[in-house]
Design a protein around this ligand. Sequence first.
Ligand code: TLP
Length: 345
Amino acid sequence: MSKITDLRSDTVTLPSDGMREAMMRAKVGDDVYGEDPTVIELQRRVAELLGKEAGLFVPSGTMANQVSLRAHTEPGDEVILDAGGHSFNYESGATAALCGVQVRPITTETGVFTAAQLDEAVRPPAYYMPQSGLVIIENTNNYGGGTVWSVEQTLQVARRAHHHGLPVHLDGARLFNAQAATGVSVKEFAAPVDSASICLSKGLGAPVGSVVVGDRQFITKVHRFRKMFGGGMRQVGFLAAAGLYAIEHNVTRLVDDHKNAKRLAEGLAKLDGIELDINRVKTNMVFFKITRSGFDSHALLERMRKLGVLANPTGPMGIRLVTHLNVDKHDIDTAVSSIAEALNR
Ligand code: TLP
């Protein structure tokens, strides 16, 4: 076994030489004083790309979601989102612990819910009930399968949310993947929502960082909560430079990750002992279920690891694989053969 093919997530990418070079050369300053020119440029650039007034650089996608959530709501409010949503399931309970809100999850097949489902989730104005405070959508939707929320689906839910007086936050950790999959711009996807966040550290290949965008008043609030949550940063232009480089060089290539995910899914779908719906593979994620008796995800992942392929479990029988800029067509073919071998031993 020579190379490890790491398909656990698109977060595992390593900065390229060009990105490291850009980081080395970054002009920096103290961002707590608002004096880091590279951070200012990154925030301006992402806000412009998403068609919003202002942006704020934050350390992670988790902080991006939580400061947005906190800025949109009051403690005791309820946040409506898909039951598999990242901010609900994978952010260490920050909705409760840091924002003081509770979650009203909507059960969905693919992470996309409808305006009618939203209507059912919104609370009536009874004093003894929690009050709905925010709607979150996730595009692409991670645990829905890397699903894309179309602009039309986003518009319908956002219109309904606004009708109920609720703001909408878009967790766009992988919004550039939605753009790559459809040809629809990130600006169009973000137009119906009040705030959005994008991650630089997923498919775009930067080592760290996310940007929250919205109107100036919202970003001023978010800035305050970033500080409160411990996210005040100093000469962080070194990291913002990686983000600017990622936006410049790593957006158009995302289509390659999607092609590789399709190739992976097509290869895996032919194997006995797993269940995989190729039609659900729309971006850079592949999910399958193990159907072979005597196996569970833990056992299969262990066998895969020994053969040089890493992936993540999604429950006792499920596995997620994610393509990214550090794996190519050849790695995908090797991964398929190794998984076939792992299933057959
Ligand atoms: N997702 C990670 C894990 O946390 C599950 C992954 O490997 O997919 N929103 C979405 C939709 C995400 O998928 C993630 C990360 C985040 C937010 C949080 O980003 P970070 O890890 O930067 O806090």
